[in-house]
Design a protein around this ligand. Structure first.
Ligand SMILES: C[S@@+](CC[C@H](N)C(=O)[O-])C[C@H]1O[C@@H](n2cnc3c(N)ncnc32)[C@H](O)[C@@H]1O
Length: 285
């Protein structure tokens, strides 16, 4: 195991359970956990498949317990898994935390088109807090357009003075964000990269500037990248070296790793020159 980065943004290259031991208890404001889903995805040669559902869940309950210890008393925990395992997470977590929202992240295209059943077009996210009377929720940072007011300009005649409906509202629990596709600027070579927009909503809502955000399954380090962009501190844990290298580059924590230059691979439709310009603009972001 090794700890990389600086005092604001740390990358722990190691297994989740032993790495979490290094994080002090009651020190984290927000945790976003996006573990392997036990559906056979290939994470750089490492198959995401346990011998049984029970053993997957047993492993999950272990890191969930550890994450809860790391959270501050007013902290928030967002956790994802496959739709078929989320009911188990829900039942387990509701005994330990307060589940405030059961979020559906919906997208308009699945990776593989189902032919003989209804294809999966969403992933569930639980939003939990330790103390339901004291937690951070920055409504003003996450407002979205309210179509009734903003587009349709409807008037509420039930009020003593008829007024137009609000043009902004707090998002409901169904969130539509496109999945990260190969041609998007934010794309990295990882099978389950989460979109920047998803993490922006979560980090804006449930943390303040200067807070500490932890991602125990960092992957492409989307959480740490957005935390940095929003002036939070971050810790990202990841066991695969290939993904740690993505994190070091994305967070501008190093230009090299073990003598290897950290460069974003050029995609089939890019030239060396256009890719360099894109990398530069991300660096200035
Ligand atoms: C679903 S992906 C996370 C994707 C991430 N949210 C993103 O936006 O890129 C899960 C990640 O957990 C990592 N992982 C799997 N088992 C792990 C373990 N025991 N300890 C640490 N990381 C692990 C995988 O290598 C993979 O990158």
């Amino acid at each position: 195991m090794e700890i990389l980065g600086n005092s604001s943004h740390k990358i722990i290259h190691g297994d989740v359970l032993s790495s979490l031991v290094l994080v002090p208890n009651n020190s984290v404001n927000l945790i976003f956990a996006d573990p392997p889903y036990n559906i056979g995805k290939n994470f750089n040669g490492h198959k995401d498949k346990w011998v049984s559902e029970e053993s997957y869940l047993h492993w999950c309950y272990n890191w969930i317990d550890s994450c809860i210890q790391k959270l501050k008393s007013d902290g928030s925990f967002y956790v994802m898994t496959a739709t078929q395992f989320m009911p188990f997470f829900d039942i387990y977590l509701r005994k330990k935390l307060h589940i405030l929202s059961r979020i559906v992240w919906y997208y308009d295209s699945s990776g593989v088109q189902a032919k003989k059943y209804f294809g999966s077009m969403y992933e569930p996210i639980l939003f939990c807090v330790k103390n339901k009377n004291n937690y951070v929720f920055n409504t003003n940072n996450i407002l979205v357009e309210a179509k009734t007011g903003a587009k349709r300009k409807l008037i509420d005649y039930r009020k003593s003075t008829p007024t137009i409906y609000n043009s902004k509202k707090i998002p409901g629990n169904v969130w539509e964000f496109p999945r990260v596709r190969y041609r998007m600027d934010e794309y990295e070579n990882h099978p389950t990269q989460k979109p920047i927009a998803l993490l922006e909503r979560i980090i804006n809502a449930s943390s303040n500037v200067g807070d500490l955000v932890l991602d125990p399954f960092a992957g492409t380090f989307t959480t740490s990248f957005v935390a940095k962009e929003l002036n939070r501190h971050s810790i990202g844990i990841e066991m695969q070296e290939e993904y740690v290298k993505i994190g070091l580059r994305r967070l501008q924590l190093a230009k090299e790793f073990n003598g290897e230059k950290l460069k974003k691979p050029i995609r089939t439709f890019e030239t060396e020159e256009s890719a360099t310009t894109k990398n530069l603009s991300l660096f200035e972001y």
